[in-house]
Design a protein around this ligand. Sequence first.
Ligand code: UD1
Ligand code: CA
Length: 483
Amino acid sequence: MATTQSQDDVVAGPPVDVVIMAAGKGTRMKSRLPKVLHRLGGRPLLAHVLDTAKALQARQAIVITGHGAIEVEADHACSALAAAPLTLNFVRQEPQLGTGHAVQQALPLLADDGVVVVLSGDVPLTQAATLFHLIKACAGERLALLTLQMPDPTGYGRIVREGGAANGQVQAIVEHKDATPNERGITEIYSGIMAVPALALKRWLGRLDNQNTQGEYYLTDIVKFAVADGVPVVAHRIEDAVQVAGVNSPVQLAELERAFQTTQARRLMDEGVRLADPARIDVRGDLLCAHDVSIDVNCVFEGKVNLGLGVSIGANCVIANAVIGPGAVIHPFTHIDGESVGVTVGAGARVGPYARLRPGAVLGIDVHVGNFVEIKNATLADGAKANHLAYLGDANVGERVNFGAGSITANYDGANKHRTVIEADVHVGSNCVLVAPVTLGAGGTIGGGSTITKDTPARALSVARGKQISIPNWERPKKILKV
Ligand code: UD1
Ligand code: CA
């Protein structure tokens, strides 16, 4: 495989240090949230870039922060880095005087023996394989630029080549605002991503000035210095614009979200998942599917979700942090969220439509949970049923229990939560209130409308409600007519 090949080469080559520029303001997002913390596929943009750094087996990633630095630095914990073998360093750039000035801030942390890969925190979809190629082109001694042809290159730095020829030696990068009309005609642009030997980078950054239209220190000016020093500059040109697309506005964020989701939908289908419409699924986390899973339109998956063999998910379900057993059917409009605790649905279970499973819901084999039933921190053993309009919270529900429509566990006394235990084969009628802590003995029956405050014996009929009376010939009050 191409990727593995280049990976081996990199492992054999000099160590890689990744520098991620993330100090910019992101004005066009019109948001209080720092740009790199906006989410793509449910995770901050920066987390995607850090994943790429991880895939490169980088020795370290240095994130240059500025605007919203405190928030960005605090948030890194949530990017699941704790378990990752990547050293993460943050460096502040204050004020922000340009991309060259940004990378200058990282220099004290960069050893001379490495290759530095420069990335941006707002460019989330670069593939590691592409960067392996770039690192290979750098080969520890050249300046390697990732470039791209753009029909409309407005705003980008242009790749100026010797004699203007498509394959002429790269001479310089000229920023759009500094470009002559002739240079603006160039359609090959600099993506913002480069691989450069650390030692040379240090030398060149020391020579930067800000004598340009924007009064900024341009990282891109190092190309001129490389040329002057006789260091070869190589361009690795790619076709896939998505890989270098940055997020500057909500529109661009939404576009990249779609691109990201399309890739995930394809991967799922390649694994055999049947998607009713690959354009109408959102995976914001890790969705793992066995064979013969089918997913109807408009479903959202978050966190870690595991779908077993032959699982069927109806339209408009939101499922987060859950394990769904083989053959289970989740009917439309069901909301499942295990949060940090998880939800488990047993083999062959049927859930929904319009059901809600909350953290700690554990359903056994062939359990049925119907419409407008909410389950939280409760275990339903094999074959138990709660088919309509019910709440089961903090409960152990035995095998084959039938929990009637409108019945609830009153698990909260205003201060503490208490458990309800319903033993096997209990039949709870409609509209019952089970005031916890309480235990219903095996095989018992609870009459409809009962408020149960004491334990009930096994196999008994327990009824706790006002006795029915009838008053004969009852005259209903009459409406008083006003004149
Ligand atoms: C830069 C390149 C341009 C390239 C384009 C690709 C320069 C001078 N120009 O342009 O050739 O075509 O990217 O998108 O490098 N940042 C900082 N500190 C700063 C300035 C920027 O951290 O002082 C960060 C930004 O947050 C962003 C990244 O650097 O993540 C790129 O900055 P941006 O202003 O988008 O670069 P451009 O000027 O568009
Ligand atoms: Ca800029």
